[in-house]
Design a protein around this ligand. Structure first.
Ligand code: PLP
Length: 481
């Protein structure tokens, strides 16, 4: 049987068949999703395959004739799924444990169904206005004042690149027309995410003009070292333009002294960007308030709901108190995009590099409504509590050492001894397929990270991780590795 799915617009019955075909397959897809989420523990966290394996099993050419949903979905289950790393798995504790959620899944389905594009107000008022509403709600949760304007981008790397565009505009507004004339310097800690350096590469500032400020014994940016670097650059005729402080660095989740950075930014007239891509949602928790001190003084802030706010990839929330700078840097309106000048008609295309704008605001709105502030707080506290629990087990076992404080839900630790032993330990645990941990380097040593952040992760999962670690460690110590 051959399939002819391309509906003929002249045949209303063909359209009906096309839609009914969707209805049936959508029901079975939703049933599959529910099964999958219900039995996620049965999947291995990380696929066992070699690079190129999936490519080699799939046809080299697209089909001539359309195929049925049934056959596509079958191949999805039998060929694609086994090659998926299961970020939804409660044993996924590598990098940052992240989480989707059911309201996020449903919102994504509706977003795709409408396929609307909010590049400017008229092209989809709902995209523009709901994004302002949901981002306003999240802004309050982050403790940012109402003058902060929020826009959703794809990732924190994109958000931070836009912060650097703002910083460049703030310092050298002629760049937009004349091109970049050089000399700008960006300051961030040696523990900052690579996206800061990459952003500087992308906007023309250049890697060698990103100063990596030294950190203290707890991996926090040293404000006095920051001041010295700024003063030295000024003396050398350079133009400091931006400080990027991090709340929850990627390696160890350390927290830079944001209030001190804000002080220096004010004193020297610099842009202050705060990267809390991972830890941002914890601003909701009174017990974490000390880490967020000074965030309200930033010029821009990024947090990623797709990390620790139950949002399926992708959704990065960018806020700035100076949206006019972002606009000044990037607004460019050709005649065919000229739109309403009503001040309440926000045109998202004026506030970023992309023109098209996905309806991600709907996803955020679904999630914030479905869980509510209390649900989100419970979710975050559970993870922070599990991390503290795990950290206690590490501290109580003298064969191990903890390498960094645990302000949030990540524990950095190592088996005492050399790096090789820790690499073997990590490989052994990950080979179980039940838990997935990752590593970093701190103080020049190989360090294992356990990152808790999935909605399905409970005490039993963290206990299992610890048991697998202990079993592997005992084997290694027996073999004197
Ligand atoms: C994960 C992370 C990023 C990068 O996030 P993407 O959305 O993948 O670009 C940036 N900064 C910090 C602190 C992060 O934890």
């Amino acid at each position: 049987m051959s399939y002819h799915h391309m509906p003929d617009p002249n045949d209303p019955q063909a359209w009906t068949r096309y839609v009914e075909d969707f209805r049936q397959s959508a029901h079975s897809s939703v049933d599959w999703i529910a099964e999958y989420l219900g039995s996620i523990r049965d999947c291995p966290v990380v696929p066992t395959m070699h690079p190129g394996e999936l490519v080699d099993t799939l046809p080299a050419h697209a089909p001539e004739q359309g195929e049925s949903f049934d056959s596509i979905l079958n191949d999805f289950r039998s060929q694609i799924l086994p090659a998926v790393t299961q970020w939804n798995h409660p044993g996924f504790m590598a990098y940052f444990g992240t989480s989707g959620s059911t309201p996020g899944i449903l919102a994504e389905m509706l977003i795709a169904a409408m396929n609307t594009n909010g590049l400017h107000w008229k092209t989809s008022p709902a995209v523009v206005e709901l994004e302002q509403v949901a981002m306003g709600w999240l802004r309050e949760w982050l403790g940012l004042p109402p003058e902060f304007f929020g826009i959703i981008y794809d990732t924190a790397s994109t958000s931070t690149m836009h912060a650097l565009i703002c910083a460049r505009e703030f310092a050298q507004p002629e760049t937009r027309v004349e091109g970049y004339r050089g000399n700008l310097v960006v300051y961030t800690s040696e523990q900052a995410h690579s996206s800061v350096e990459k952003g500087a590469m992308a906007v023309g500032i250049g890697q060698k003009n990103v100063r990596k400020v030294p950190t203290d014994s707890q991996f926090r940016m040293q404000a006095d070292a920051l001041r010295t670097l700024i003063e030295t650059d000024l003396r050398n005729g350079l133009q400091p333009c931006c400080i990027v402080a991090t709340i929850g660095t990627t390696s160890s989740t350390s927290v830079d002294p944001v209030a001190e950075c804000a002080q220096l930014a004010d004193e020297f007239g610099l842009w202050l960007h705060v990267d809390c891509a991972y830890a941002g949602p914890c601003a909701l928790l009174p017990e974490c308030a000390e880490y967020f001190k000074g965030i309200e003084r930033a010029h821009s802030v990024v947090t990623n709901p797709h990390k620790w706010l139950m949002t399926p990839m992708d959704l990065s929330a960018f806020y700035t108190r100076k949206p006019e700078i972002l606009r000044q840097a990037l607004s460019l309106v050709p005649e065919y995009l000229r739109a309403s000048e009503d001040p309440r008609a926000v045109h998202l295309m004026d506030y970023g590099v992309p023109l098209g704008h996905r309806f991600r605001g709907l996803k955020l709105w679904f999630i914030l409504r479905y869980f509510g502030r209390e649900g989100v707080m419970q979710f975050l506290r559970r993870h922070n509590q599990l991390a503290r629990e795990f950290s206690g087990w590490v501290d109580a076992d003298e064969r191990f050492e903890r390498v960094a404080p645990v302000p949030f839900s990540v524990v950095c630790f190592r088996l005492r001894g050399g790096d090789q032993r820790n690499k073997l330990l990590l490989d052994t645990v990950n080979a179980s397929g039940r838990i997935f941990l990752s590593h970093t380097a701190l103080n020049g040593q190989y360090v294992i990270r356990i990152a808790i952040g999935n909605i399905a992760t409970g005490l039993a999962d963290v206990e299992l991780a610890w048991k697998l670690i202990l079993d592997a460690a005992e084997e290694l110590l027996k073999k004197q590795c």
